[in-house]
Design a protein around this ligand. Structure first.
Ligand code: 13P
Length: 259
């Protein structure tokens, strides 16, 4: 398993208000914890308009003995800047204090028609600005049932490797999120997830074994306080990308301490 530090990330999607975002960030950053030294990295992904306010809350809490929480955005433009109404550039996210950004979340791929090619451009743009891309891959239920899981996730990974090279994963995070497990309450089993995580790590290892050994691969899809521990116990699962359960400080903290 190596000594990869675990990550627990919370994707807030399009939920909440400015007030609830501030409250949730404060509850996380101010939470006292017993597991001194053993805590995972914690990253939250609020909606764009809440990033700056959440960053201030986190900055204020930083000196206290709470949990160090990093900030990320849920998406980024593939363009550097220009006439792209509604889009947000990597430079703007950097200005807002983001350290991470999700690219290729399945909701972006399916609802907004993002291609593997566009996802790779977004990944590149984020990395060029010093942001850590969290690349999401995952298959739909029909794809799994047709035995195409491996081919689908390798194709999604492959387009980023082709554009950016395996070296780009030295400063990136990978997230396996089976589409059928997102928001359904039906998590992949630890064995199902481990199989795909091992496949993804093996693919990177074919290009660069050292980078593959250090790469954090998160599982996402109906992670909760009860199923987190057995999932995170798998040798190639390095933490979780959590949706619904990250919107409640108590639930999210239960997952953080399950690591
Ligand atoms: P849920 O945890 O709500 O299934 O969402 C997972 C997800 O999409 C995180 O990005």
């Amino acid at each position: 398993m190596g000594d990869r530090r675990r990550i627990v990330a919370g994707n807030w999607k399009m939920h909440g208000s400015l007030a609830s975002a501030r409250e949730l960030a404060a509850a996380l950053a101010g939470a006292s914890h017993e597991a001194a030294g053993g805590l995972p990295e914690v990253i939250i992904f609020p909606p764009y308009p809440h990033l700056d306010a959440v960053r201030r809350v986190l900055d204020d809490a930083q000196s206290a003995a709470g949990i160090a929480v990093q900030l990320g955005a849920q998406d980024v433009s593939g363009h550097e800047q220009g006439a792209h109404t509604g889009q947000v550039s990597a430079g703007m996210l950097d200005d807002c204090g983001c350290s991470h950004v999700l690219v290729g979340h399945s909701e972006r791929r399916s609802a907004f028609g993002e291609s593997d090619e566009l996802v790779a451009r977004k990944f590149r743009r984020a990395a060029d600005h010093g942001l850590i891309p969290v690349l999401c891959v995952g298959e739909t239920l029909p794809e799994r049932e047709a035995g195409q899981t491996g081919a689908v996730v390798l194709k999604q990974l492959g387009s980023v490797m082709k554009r950016c090279g395996a070296g780009a994963f030295e400063r990136a995070v990978l997230a396996y999120e089976p589409v059928w497990a997102i928001g359904t309450g039906l998590s992949a089993t630890p064995e199902q997830a481990q199989e795909v995580h091992a496949l993804l790590r093996g693919e990177i290892a074919r290009s660069n074994a050292k980078i593959a050994a250090g790469l954090r691969i998160l599982y996402g899809g109906s992670v909760n306080g009860a199923n987190a521990a057995p999932l995170f116990a798998q040798p190639d699962i390095d933490g979780g990308l959590v949706g619904g359960a990250s919107l409640d400080a108590k639930d999210f903290l239960r997952i953080i301490t399950a690591v």
